[in-house]
Design a protein around this ligand. Structure first.
Ligand code: 48F
Length: 254
């Protein structure tokens, strides 16, 4: 029996790895912005893959608001909440409250049911850039377990038409792209001090392409463009995810 189990895992798992070694859209990070972007892109027919370093999805959602088990969104995010069939209650001042476990589960379900693929335990460590003109065309990645063990193992490659940094506060992928490839002309400004109201609007306004083939969504937008952080409110993350999906759709359809 154990041999059959192992053969099934290897046969179908390697098939998936082969199939997803090149994609239309590669999203790094399965937090609120990355999962939202994945749903809207996959349902438009783009071959969409998420790499997530942890063995679970949700990113910062699990911490709720200051570790208290409620997530807050504002009215502008309600249409997205409804698209994912997430239940909510109305609080005061046009704020809406959601159970964080439900938010994680339904965002992931929405992305998967739309046709996106999620690989867990994958750590993205570098980008692939081709020149004339410079363009990001994919990533180098390792299993997170290899990274944590500090083993020297060569990474694997995945090619993408659009690479999305949805890695959260550190904007890891764009930071690596900027440091190693000055020809991409990416200037990282760093996040400013908290101002929830302003930041919730600006994070959506500034969500965009940062270089050919490279896009940013979520709180990473604040890090790249020098916007204030917003504290424990999630509407801007969802709206930023939807906006980057719309931008990529336009770019890829040309
Ligand atoms: O941090 P995260 O939830 O990013 P987000 O979508 O949302 C931010 C909010 O959670 C919160 C906030 C609300 O107002 O500010 O912080 O912008 O999710 C980022 C995910 O990316 C994964 C990480 O484990 C997390 O689940 N990640 C980060 N770097 C890598 C990565 C990497 N190099 N490779 C793979 N996954």
């Amino acid at each position: 029996m154990e041999l059959e189990i192992q053969k099934a895992i290897i046969k179908y798992g390697l098939e998936d790895l082969y199939e997803y070694s090149d994609v239309d859209v590669l999203i790094v990070g399965a937090g609120p912005s990355g999962l939202t972007a994945a749903k809207y892109l996959a349902e438009k027919g783009f071959k969409t893959l998420i790499y997530e370093r942890r063995l679970s999805f949700g990113g910062g959602i699990g911490g709720g608001g200051n570790m208290i088990p409620k997530v807050v969104v504002q009215e502008e995010a309600l249409s997205i909440i409804n698209d994912f069939k997430i239940r909510y209650k109305r609080a005061d001042n046009n704020l809406y409250i959601i159970d964080p476990a439900e938010l994680i589960a339904k965002l992931a379900t929405g992305a998967l049911e739309a046709g996106a693929k999620i690989f867990l335990g994958v750590d993205v460590e570098d980008v692939i850039v081709r020149e004339d003109p410079p363009k990001v065309v994919g990533v180098l990645w390792k299993w997170s377990a290899i990274e944590i063990a500090g083993l020297h193992v060569d990474p694997l490659y995945t090619h993408s038409k659009a690479l999305v940094d949805a890695t959260g506060h550190d904007a890891e992928i764009i930071r690596i792209a900027a440091e190693k490839n000055p020809e991409l002309n990416i200037n990282i400004k760093g996040t400013r001090s908290n101002w929830s109201e302003t930041s919730e609007k600006l994070v959506v306004d500034y969500t965009n392409k940062v270089a050919e083939g490279l896009y940013v969504t979520g709180i990473a937008v604040c890090e790249i463009f020098g916007l204030p952080r917003m504290g424990p409110i999630f509407g801007g993350m969802l709206r930023s995810g939807k906006k980057i999906a719309e931008i990529i759709e336009k770019d890829l359809k040309g």
